[in-house]
Design a protein around this ligand. Structure first.
Ligand code: SF4
Length: 321
């Protein structure tokens, strides 16, 4: 079991992604509030912090924060667009403070498409410069890619591009979009589940054959048979992990995400009722808004097969964290 906290340092970002679930609202924590939050996690036996909001490297307290975490001996990971890390001195300073795990978000390997999605014409170039800096300095780099209507048709091609051009990356996080807070203007960015079904196995085949790490989020497990252990769902359902989500938002409450919240009744649909994977799959939320119940497929799984999925999950899932 792992306990990890997602900490938003502020809600300020230099991108304006069309599917952003929590857009810039100007809220921020000062350093005293940040250190209080970190102390609270330590008191509650959290062993890792993920800086996730909104662009953490833009916080004026960014370096003070990572130095504080280093002092407190708590592991750190960052989710970033990488723009600030395109500056080699900035990247080196963060690495000198022992920030050793970087997740850079990219939405396409086609520069014009990525830049159109984040509404900044220079974003792709700076993110790639950041990736080059991090890899040159020898630290862990994962690419986070959201599946969306722009990239879903060529997803495996995009993975091949990054594997070929950045062979030293650790791997990928492949996320279906968090749909609950996307405004109706941008519903069309949400990929069709049937399109996701077509690309998910070829994508995982490519990544696994390259001996890279991969985790898949918000993709129904019935689409990824034989790769169930790569679903983030098993962190909660099999490994009993706990994540604390800290929001800087008047409408979203901070709190713990665990198996009870991640696999709540409202995440399962008619096909899930008799599905043998329900024990380890968290289903999918708000299906009627964006998807159809007929997109899900009841699975029959033998006890041996289920045991083998559980074995693989325990063996591989925490390997890279
Ligand atoms: S529980 Fe539901 S979403 Fe999960 S694999 Fe079964 S049918 Fe698919």
């Amino acid at each position: 079991m792992q306990k990890t906290a997602y900490l938003q340092l502020h809600r300020i970002c230099d991108q304006d992604c069309i599917f952003c679930a929590q857009p810039t609202n100007g809220k921020y924590l000062n350093f005293s509030e940040i250190s209080d939050q970190i102390d609270y996690y330590i008191l509650q036996w959290y062993t890792g912090i993920i800086f996730s909001g909104w662009e953490p490297t833009m916080s004026p307290y960014f370096f003070d924060t990572i130095s504080y975490c280093r002092e407190k001996n708590i592991s750190m990971r960052i989710l970033t667009n990488g723009h600030m890390l395109a500056d080699a001195d900035f990247a080196r300073r963060s690495i000198d403070a022992w920030l050793s795990s970087y997740h850079i978000s990219l939405h396409s390997h086609v520069e014009t498409i990525h830049d159109a999605m984040v509404k900044k014409s220079w974003s792709y170039r700076r993110s790639l410069e950041a990736m080059t800096n991090i890899l040159r300095l020898g630290w862990d780099l994962t690419i986070n890619i959201t599946i969306n209507s722009y990239n879903v048709t060529y997803f495996p091609k995009m993975i091949s591009f990054f594997l070929k051009n950045f062979p030293k990356i650790d791997g990928f996080i492949v996320n279906n979009l968090e749909t609950s807070q996307i405004t109706s203007t941008y519903f069309w960015v949400i990929a069709d589940l049937q399109d996701i079904k077509k690309i998910i196995i070829p994508t995982l085949d490519l990544i696994v054959a390259s001996w890279k790490e991969v985790r898949v989020e918000r993709v129904p497990m019935c689409y990824m048979r034989w790769y169930e252990h790569l679903s983030v769902d098993v962190e909660y359902t099999i490994l009993g992990d706990e994540k604390y989500l800290h929001y800087l938002d008047d409408t979203t409450t901070s709190g713990v995400l665990d198996s009870s919240t991640h696999s709540a009744d409202y995440t399962y649909w008619s096909a899930c009722k008799a599905c043998d994977l329900k024990k380890i799959c968290s289903g999918i939320v708000w299906i009627w808004t964006h998807y159809k119940e007929s997109d899900l497929y009841t699975q029959k799984v033998s006890k041996d097969e289920l045991d083998s999925i559980i074995f693989l999950s325990k063996k591989y899932l925490h390997r890279s964290y």
